[in-house]
Design a protein around this ligand. Structure first.
Ligand SMILES: Cc1cc2nc3c(=O)[nH]c(=O)nc-3n(C[C@H](O)[C@H](O)[C@H](O)COP(=O)(O)O)c2cc1C
Length: 315
């Protein structure tokens, strides 16, 4: 029943974009690709989600702003970036030389900031889709409000939708009780797909000094420890909408990525593992190919959302 691996086509169509394989690298964990391009050819990736980009440059939060946790990390970077003009002038030309798709993660304080960013990036060569980051837990203004209220999510996504022809992919926060109304709000507002999850809000305390270990007090938890939560939310979101879902959260191996596809994700993003093993996205791509081939599937789309419940044992 197996196929030869060369008969598998890994290409996927997501939100109107053709990705050569279903593995992208997650925003904020890959910078703008420069450091990783010294290690491997970025054209091997399905796509690159760049670091969150705002209208104006942002300094981010003071240090310490990263720490390791059991099976994960907490970060409170606070969306440090050089702003959209610098992205277009300095970062994008480098990325354009690779045969991969570039998804720009945009972030703002007000609905109008998102709309303006969308308009600014609309016609820019080498930008293939917009990921709307309404879910960063590490900034003071705006985000909790955008990501914690389906009506606000709808407003932001609609405002972006009106100002761009690019595919619009809102990125959802796990810091809500029920993800489904948020997924539906995105679909109703005209999103082409959704991505989830962003980080979970966490903290850590140093018992010797009796102080918080992050200057910002709280940070975003990511890495393998969040995978079960992410997988559950991706499954629930995929059930709730008919637009495609990009699965993110703790993916470190091909097996992890395949779990997300089975749960209903059409593509995945690989984040924190890039800090631990920069080559992980490549082994994930090859591992997906081998899994599909050995199980007789010729495309990732054949397994998307095909997980079933366990059968009751026969008595
Ligand atoms: C250091 C760091 C910076 C991040 N910056 C961003 C960002 O700018 N925009 C965004 O949408 N997500 C950002 N994220 C969240 C990741 O893109 C991803 O959603 C999250 O880490 C969960 O995936 P993972 O467990 O594979 O890392 C960041 C994560 C980390 C660890």
């Amino acid at each position: 029943m197996g196929l030869s691996p060369d008969r598998v086509s890994l290409a996927v169509n997501f939100a109107g974009v053709r990705f050569k394989n279903p593995v992208l690298v997650a925003s904020g964990t890959f910078g703008f690709g420069r450091e990783f391009a010294r290690i491997y050819d970025l054209s091997l990736l399905g796509g690159i989600c760049v670091k969150g980009t705002s209208l104006e440059p942002r300094k981010g939060n003071p240090p310490p702003r990263i720490l390791e946790t059991p099976s994960g990390m907490l970060n409170a970077i606070g969306l440090q970036n050089d702003g959209v003009e610098s992205f277009v002038a300095d970062k994008l030309p480098f990325l354009r030389q690779f045969d991969t798709k570039v998804v720009v993660n945009i972030v703002g304080n007000r609905v109008e900031d998102y709309a303006e960013l969308a308009a600014r990036l609309d016609d820019v060569e080498g930008v293939h889709a917009l990921e709307i980051n309404i879910s960063c837990p590490n900034v003071e203004h705006g985000h909790e409000e955008f990501a914690a209220d389906p009506a606000m999510t709808h407003r932001v996504v609609s405002a972006v939708r009106e100002r761009t022809r690019l595919p619009v992919i809102p990125k959802l926060s796990p810091n809500v009780t029920d993800i489904r109304p948020f997924a539906r709000a995105c679909e109703e507002a005209g999103a082409d797909g959704i991505s989830l999850i962003n980080t979970l809000v966490g903290t850590a305390i140093d018992i010797k000094t009796r102080t918080f270990r992050l200057a910002n007090v709280t940070g975003g938890l990511s890495g393998p420890c969040i995978k079960p939560v992410a997988l559950r939310m991706v499954y629930q979101a995929a059930q709730a909408v008919s637009i495609p879902v990009m699965g993110i959260g703790g993916i470190a191996t091909a097996e992890d990525a395949i779990e997300f596809l089975l749960a209903g994700a059409s593509c995945v993003q690989v984040g924190t593992v890039n800090f631990v093993d920069p080559l992980a996205p490549l082994s994930i791509i090859e591992g997906i190919r081998e899994y599909l081939a050995s199980n007789g599937f010729s495309s990732p789309s054949e397994i998307v959302g095909t997980v079933t419940r366990m059968q009751e044992p026969a008595t």
